[in-house]
Design a protein around this ligand. Sequence first.
Ligand code: FMN
Length: 262
Amino acid sequence: MVKQHSLQSFVQSLLRILMGEPHVPPLLKGNELLNIILRRRSVRSFADREIPDDVFAAILEAGRLAPSTVNLQTWTFAVFTAEAWRETFGSSIPFKGRRAVIVMGDTHRVRQVLDVFPYSPLVEYTVAVMNASLAAMNMNIAAEALGISSVMLSETGRGGFLDSGYLKEKLGLPDGVFPLMMIVFGYARGLYPPMPPKLPLDQICFQGKYKEANGTIMQDWLAQMVAGYKASHPLSSFDAQLRLYLSKIGPAEADLRTKVFH
Ligand SMILES: Cc1cc2nc3c(=O)[nH]c(=O)nc-3n(C[C@H](O)[C@H](O)[C@H](O)COP(=O)(O)O)c2cc1C
């Protein structure tokens, strides 16, 4: 249960969010790639405008060329147009995106020719998650560079977290291929959302030994998270969202244990 905040604290937190800016040294302000990375936002409202095939292909190419452990490329992408998504899942892509990619960790493919981790399933799993996540981020940044916005989602619109058992069946996934996230792509509708509250650099970096975060700064961050959520979802609350999220975790864990890693 998250602590309730006063109206004054709510307003202050919202102002802090609205004033949030990436820190860029003046000399680097014109750096195009840096700006693309720092200005990227998760976008959840897309215009009714198609993404050309060659532009989408360039986004996938950025995923294909991502770095990976020993260049094992332990990922697989299920790719969808809006029509293909509807045919497969019987619904629109979430937020009316125009294209979608379900990014999966894949420890299956390379085993055809090379069994690198025969006695290290946890390492193999971690490596696959890590590499597939890097490929996902490469696609996300490439999209942004091409004027296309995106959001990564832990679900496919059915309401479950990861939906791994369902997707295994639906997409005919062999053992060792497991969904991690979907990425929704499209041209943003309207303004970009403000930068959500990001922890300050001195709370996430340390030199020498691990440094505990400052409690006041963490409380302040949480207050901003709560206020930001309320402002964008007036009929709900961060607390309600957290409870909903937690209710999905148990079934997702059971799904992974019984249907994906068994
Ligand atoms: C693996 C992953 C899963 C996510 N799942 C969801 C999701 O299910 N629903 C959602 O609205 N946003 C989801 N997000 C987006 C995050 O909420 C978002 O990245 C975060 O609030 C920070 O905002 P920013 O991306 O604009 O910096 C996900 C992001 C990641 C990386």
